[in-house]
Design a protein around this ligand. Structure first.
Ligand SMILES: CC(C)(COP(=O)(O)OP(=O)(O)OC[C@H]1O[C@@H](n2cnc3c(N)ncnc32)[C@H](O)[C@@H]1OP(=O)(O)O)[C@@H](O)C(=O)NCCC(=O)NCCSC(=O)C[C@H](O)C(=O)O
Ligand SMILES: [Mg+2]
Length: 294
């Protein structure tokens, strides 16, 4: 299974039409929601629907967003979802290393109980409160099965009273903090927040581009129309791939002559630039392999 997570499409688990549709769409992961898109009275039914969705044909990864462990539903969600052998779990409102440590410990115990391979279930903590954002360093430091976090601006806005504008300038320090802290603690680049203005495709495209430029690896999505822009923005363009090929080959030729500082088309190339070009080519390859396997 590929590790690409350019687009992750949320769908309420108790909405069969949307679930079935989501599983057939070109998204790297579908997140069946048991949390904020599900009314309290529907929680048990949504959990059963999420378990049943495991049996449906799908293109990408299947993740379930459980309720927080501090709620009356969280523990039962985890028990049921781990036993079902799901690909991944999203844990909302993670606010401390203890929150993440408890979930990791519980999932490991449940995996053993269900005789599932240890560590097979991916865990994605959602950082969406002021406390979670401040504790991100210690959260990331204790992560074992967790490979990346995601940022949730909806709850973050609610918690901090921040005014989430179309240009999202007020999110900048928090998004940057997510990327920097993740990388400093050895996690993979994080996943960016949802975009709620469904009728504003231009605003959405700019938001995705901002997230990409800041170092995020993918975007949480809430509507099918958001998938193609996210997949495209988090995939290297053909022009970027072609340029990276030229950089790698020019740099290899230079290195063979004992040079590590050259110019190509008027731009300076040294080791970091050559490594970035190699990384871009590796990502382009992974995307090509994933898409031909789909
Ligand atoms: C937001 C929606 C409720 C809008 O639904 P709707 O009005 O039905 O949209 P459309 O009429 O434009 O739909 C067109 C067709 O696409 C299907 N559809 C729509 N959304 C989805 C989806 N998410 N997955 C799969 N399919 C979808 C419709 O069924 C239509 O198909 P057809 O029947 O063939 O005509 C809806 O988009 C929605 O429910 N979105 C997901 C909401 C959700 O899960 N939210 C939770 C995550 S957001 C969050 O919590 C972020 C974070 O925690 C934070 O705090 O920031
Ligand atoms: Mg939220």
């Amino acid at each position: 299974m590929t590790d690409l997570l350019r687009s992750l499409l949320f769908t309420p688990a108790n909405h069969p039409r949307r679930v079935e549709k989501a599983l057939g769409l070109p998204t790297d992961a579908v997140i069946l929601d048991l949390e904020d898109a599900v009314a309290a009275s529907e929680k048990p039914a949504a959990r059963q629907a999420a378990l049943a969705a495991r049996a449906l044909p799908r293109r990408g990864r299947l993740i379930v967003r459980v309720n927080a462990l501090s709620t009356v539903w969280g523990y039962a969600d985890l028990v049921a979802v781990v036993a079902s052998g799901i690909d991944g779990i999203m844990l909302p409102k993670v606010e401390s290393a203890q929150d993440l440590g408890t979930a990791e410990w519980l999932i490991a115990a449940l995996e053993r109980d269900a005789r599932l391979p240890a560590g097979g279930i991916d865990l994605i903590p959602l950082i969406e409160t002021a406390a979670g954002m401040q504790a991100l360093e210690s959260i990331a430091r204790i992560a074992r099965r967790t490979r990346r976090v995601a940022f949730g601006a909806g709850d973050f806005t609610l918690d901090t009273n921040l005014d989430w504008s179309r240009e999202e300038w007020e999110l900048l320090p928090h998004r940057s903090h997510c990327v920097l802290t993740s990388r400093a603690q050895g996690l993979e680049p994080p996943i960016d927040t949802v975009w709620a203005r469904l009728d504003d495709a231009e605003g959405y495209a700019a938001s995705v581009e901002r997230a990409r430029a800041l170092g995020f690896a993918g975007k949480l999505c809430i509507h099918p129309s958001q998938l193609a822009p996210a997949n495209a923005a988090f995939s290297p363009s053909p022009e970027a791939v072609e340029r990276a090929r030229r950089i790698v080959s020019a740099f290899e030729a230079a290195e063979a002559k004992g040079l590590a500082s050259i110019t190509l088309d008027g731009a300076f190339i040294d080791y970091p630039i050559a490594y970035a070009a190699q990384r871009l080519l590796a990502r382009a390859n992974a995307i090509q392999n994933a898409e031909s396997a789909a």
